[in-house]
Design a protein around this ligand. Structure first.
Ligand SMILES: *[C@@H]1O[C@H](CO)[C@@H](O)[C@H](O)[C@H]1NC(C)=O
Ligand SMILES: *[C@@H]1O[C@H](CO)[C@@H](O)[C@H](O)[C@H]1NC(C)=O
Ligand SMILES: *[C@@H]1O[C@H](CO)[C@@H](O)[C@H](O)[C@H]1NC(C)=O
Ligand SMILES: *[C@@H]1O[C@H](CO)[C@@H](O)[C@H](O)[C@H]1NC(C)=O
Ligand SMILES: *[C@@H]1O[C@H](CO)[C@@H](O)[C@H](O)[C@H]1NC(C)=O
Length: 271
């Protein structure tokens, strides 16, 4: 019984990998030339030194590449991609306008952006407008009619006194009238197939998706799993948090910052 439970728990844990955007790979961790050149992070292979190097922020002309380098760059709507120094030098009066510039600066003091340490807790927020869709450090907030609480599921958003399914990680099934979690396989286009928000702590709340060309004879969007992705989509579909550790055929998709140790200890203890 306990063993079955343990198996179920492990399967659940292994099943969905929540990516941690605090652990985006540095260019220097991308040790394969093609992994480096094709990375989301704006890296380029230097043939002379045989090292993967950072492309200067000013040359990252697309917001998605700039935003994937929150350690060193930020996106300014009017100017483009600029060197990042600290959150308080970015102008922004709302959480969304600050996140758009740099995901590591999700808070605002009304005029300037602030780091994650300045995020409010859900319970400290007193109005529905400030509460709904706000990301606290521990997760998404929602107004339950009386208080601001932390939301934990799509069903909960919908069962609320003011039902809403207005979260990018959920969708409203208009036949059953249920608010349900989005899953990668619902995504029909390759361009949209990159990730889905979940209810985890801020920046640790994304499930990766990748476009699998070999999916049962056809192709489709599938949830990121390091065992399933190939060298070409390891970095992209993990939103830059995993890299390919050897040459194309022999390599594996592994996290840049080793965190699976805990999981393997748990498995070792349980079995
Ligand atoms: C990677 O980019 C460098 C610099 O642009 C280029 O010289 C090299 O051919 C590229 N390598 C691959 C495998 O795309
Ligand atoms: C941005 O940072 C790079 C790398 O640290 C540096 O070489 C460059 O001069 C900086 N650009 C500006 C405009 O400060
Ligand atoms: C917000 O932060 C900026 C930068 O630290 C500071 O200059 C400004 O006075 C602060 N504004 C308020 C309303 O506290
Ligand atoms: C339900 O959703 C589908 C696809 O989004 C849409 O085509 C259809 O019109 C919707 N039906 C109703 C009753 O809203
Ligand atoms: C592949 O598709 C066929 C028909 O659509 C289905 O019967 C089969 O179970 C699928 N196989 C896998 C591995 O998904």
């Amino acid at each position: 019984m306990i063993k079955n439970l343990a198996i179920v728990m492990c399967i659940t844990m292994v099943n969905s990998i929540t990516l941690n955007l605090n652990e985006i790979c540095y260019c220097s961790q991308l040790i394969q030339e093609w992994d480096c050149n094709d990375s989301l992070q704006g890296c380029i292979w230097d043939s002379k030194s045989q090292v993967c190097q950072e492309i200067p922020c000013s040359e990252l002309s697309l917001p998605k590449f700039c935003q994937m380098q929150p350690q060193r760059c930020y996106w300014n709507q009017n100017i483009g991609c600029l060197n990042f120094t600290d959150c308080s030098s970015l102008k922004g009066s709302s959480q969304s306008s600050c996140i758009e510039q740099n995901i590591y600066c999700p808070a605002s003091n009304g005029t300037n952006c602030q780091s994650i340490n300045y995020l409010q807790t859900c319970s400290s927020i007193t109005t529905p407008d400030n509460c709904n869709n706000y990301f606290s450090a521990t997760g998404l907030c929602m107004w339950n009619g009386k208080n601001c609480i932390q939301a934990t599921s799509c069903q909960q958003l919908w069962s609320n006194s003011t039902p809403s399914c207005d979260f990018r990680g959920c969708y409203l099934n208009n036949e059953t009238q249920q608010c349900l979690p989005k899953i990668c396989s619902q995504i029909q286009s390759e361009l949209q197939c990159y990730g889905i928000l979940t209810f985890g702590p801020y920046l640790n709340n994304v499930i990766g998706c990748f476009w699998n060309y070999q999916l049962n004879g056809s192709s489709g969007c599938q949830e990121f799993s390091p065992q399933l992705v190939m060298y070409a989509n390891c970095d992209d579909s993990s939103l830059g948090t995993y890299h390919w550790n050897s040459n194309k055929e022999q390599g594996q998709c592994v996290p840049c910052f080793q965190k699976l140790l805990f999981l393997s200890i748990v498995i070792t203890i349980l079995f």
